[in-house]
Design a protein around this ligand. Structure first.
Ligand code: BEZ
Length: 272
């Protein structure tokens, strides 16, 4: 048995619990993201098909990350702009000759410029939902569409509860460290409508998702704001304890399956 693996019931394989690196405060690391989370853009194809991008359309990819989906839009003949607040991701995306800009969705200054704004797996990182929706609305031409997908209500709930629970055991209140916003369809529909959008479609979609880097890879990539509340020499133990809690729920036959729930939507700009 390797370090940090545990014995399992007969008939089931052990899931990997090796924590490869101890976390530091959040900075996106494109190599770690590509290793542990490439599935995020791969699984973005259904929302990209909902967007139904047409050649010649001017499309903003909001939170383009390393540009994987922006490239597909460009390959389909769209005139794309990608924005992302991460300088590290933008540096990777630029290698693909994309128009990508280091910019935060809360500070968008585009006006009536885009046929569509597209966003995959980003909006759950931004608590100021109304501000982002207003900025998207302004960026769109009349009749333009806002098509996106992100974590919805119940997304990764077991993982979130395990992180919060292990922090609580250590006397730490996670409420200020939790960076995730996972709304219900009703809540997000109301927000879109309040900004003037006509919501053509919105749905919560449970999507159990195999984690190629296991739970350690997920936590390494996405949960650093929780782990940063723990003193550095105790972080590995904290993350292992989180894995211990989650294994009976999400570990199966040597694989980790995360309890993803997506919120997918399409909304049309009504008023000018
Ligand atoms: C998501 O893409 O749904 C997600 C990302 C990080 C943490 C939790 C969920």
């Amino acid at each position: 048995m390797r370090a940090h693996e545990v014995e399992c019931l007969p008939g089931s394989e052990p899931v990997s619990r090796t924590i490869r690196s101890v976390m530091t405060p959040k900075v996106w690391k494109p190599d770690i993201y590509a290793k542990n989370a490439r599935y995020v853009s791969d699984l973005g194809m259904p929302v990209l098909e909902l967007l139904n991008p047409q050649s010649g359309e001017r499309i903003l990819d909001l939170g383009c990350g390393d540009g994987e989906l922006t490239r597909i839009l460009q390959d389909r003949g769209c005139d794309t702009v990608g924005i992302d607040p991460s300088a590290e991701f933008i540096a990777v995306a630029r290698k693909f000759d994309l128009d990508v800009r280091k910019q935060d969705a809360r500070e968008l200054e585009f006006e009536a410029e885009f046929d569509a704004v597209f966003s995959n797996a980003v909006l759950h990182w931004i608590g100021e939902a109304d501000l982002v929706i207003e900025n998207v609305y302004r960026a769109l031409r009349r009749g333009g569409r806002f098509v996106g997908e992100f974590g919805g209500y119940g997304n990764c709930a077991a993982i979130e509860q395990a992180l919060v629970g292990e922090l609580k055991l250590r006397g730490i209140d996670a409420s200020t460290a939790n960076p995730w916003y996972f709304p219900t369809a009703d809540e997000y529909r109301d927000r879109l409508a309040a900004a003037g959008f006509r919501v053509r479609y919105i749905e919560l979609i449970p999507r159990p998702t195999r984690l190629p880097g296991g739970m350690p890879g997920f936590l390494e990539t996405f949960a650093d704001s929780f782990a940063s509340l723990i003193v550095p020499d105790q972080r590995e133990g904290f993350l292992l304890a989180v894995c211990d809690r989650l294994e009976p729920l999400l570990g199966t036959n040597g694989e980790w399956i995360a309890d993803y729930v997506r919120l997918r939507f399409e909304a049309i700009k009504g008023r000018p």
